[in-house]
Design a protein around this ligand. Structure first.
Ligand code: RIB
Length: 297
């Protein structure tokens, strides 16, 4: 089976439980504060490893983030390419309301200090057919995409959080794109109110060579590639905390494809895993292990 390199963010998540997401000008008292492992890159690495893939994490942490390596290790992620020291670990200030919805402010810390030499070191360990999975929380994405595709690796990209720098990346070298409706609408140059079919239709015609996965929370998930379409409904669950659910979906979807599932099966597998993550608190530590996700499918 292919190996997967996740070159991405590792964050310390500070999660505040709140009655509602704070409004501009408002001061709000939280009911709980939890400090836990997160970062879109690290969460996706943990999910892919939990689902049975051979996963390597690369990125940067400060001395304050060493516990993240322990959590990743429990999921079976190889962390040899994570550099520690110097700038503090990135962190996320997360509010989670009573319906499980969240709102996140990021401090990038070491995530935005990735150097060319560490990119070269990590990518050169992999071969044609292996996977590079990226998100938009680190610097160096253009170089990573160029170097990995130059080695024949398959590049998969989750442009989250979205900003216009994404358009300057060599997206023609990407084989799979993972977006939610906000990222999808922005990449498709559509308004935030655009529907799922419209987003998928526009993205599939803008990027006909890329497989596009559109995650839509409780409305399920959609897949498009050229004129091919597929979708699945969300697996019903009691939402406690949606943080990391999209990351869980992405790791499990890739694992499903690598295990030989067809696209509808891989969507269901990923939805089952995400529904478990949503029913638990936290980001990385809410990700289920394989058997649990299989049982929910
Ligand atoms: O996708 C959820 C993640 O986004 C959190 O763990 C937080 O660290 C931010 O990166």
């Amino acid at each position: 089976m292919a190996r997967i390199l996740v070159f991405g963010s590792l964050n310390i998540d500070y999660t505040y439980s709140v009655p509602h997401i704070v409004r501009p000008g408002e001061t709000l008292t939280s009911t709980a504060l939890c400090c836990s492992a997160g970062g879109k890159g690290a969460n996706q690495a943990a999910a892919a490893a939990a689902a049975g893939l051979d996963v390597f994490m690369a990125g940067r942490i400060g001395r304050d983030g060493v516990f993240l390596l322990d959590v990743l290790g429990r999921y079976g992620v190889d962390t040899r390419f994570v550099r520690a020291g110097g700038t503090p670990t990135g962190n996320a200030i997360i509010q989670v309301d009573e319906s499980g919805q969240n709102s996140i402010v990021l401090f990038p810390g070491g995530n935005r200090e990735i150097g060319e030499e560490e990119i070269e070191e990590a990518v050169s360990f992999f071969s044609a057919g292996d996977i590079l999975l990226l998100q938009n929380e680190i610097n160096g994405l253009g170089s990573l995409i160029d170097k990995a595709s130059g080695r024949g690796m398959r590049v998969m990209f989750n442009p989250a959080p979205f900003d216009d720098s994404v358009f300057s990346l060599p997206l023609d070298k990407v084989s799979m794109l993972f977006v939610n409706e906000i990222e999808g609408a922005a990449m498709a140059h559509l308004s935030a109110s655009a529907g799922y079919d419209e987003i998928l239709g526009r993205l599939s015609s803008l990027y006909p060579e890329i497989g596009i996965v559109l995650t839509a929370g409780e409305n399920g998930a959609f897949y498009g590639s050229g004129t091919t379409r597929s979708s699945c409904s969300a697996v019903k669950c009691e939402a406690v905390d949606t943080t990391g659910a999209g990351d869980t979906f992405i790791g499990y979807f890739i694992a499903g494809c690598e295990r030989g599932y067809d696209i509808p099966e891989a969507l269901r597998f990923a939805s089952a895993a995400a529904s478990i993550a949503v029913s638990r608190h936290g980001a990385m530590e809410s990700i289920p292990f394989l058997q649990e996700a299989e049982d929910r499918r």
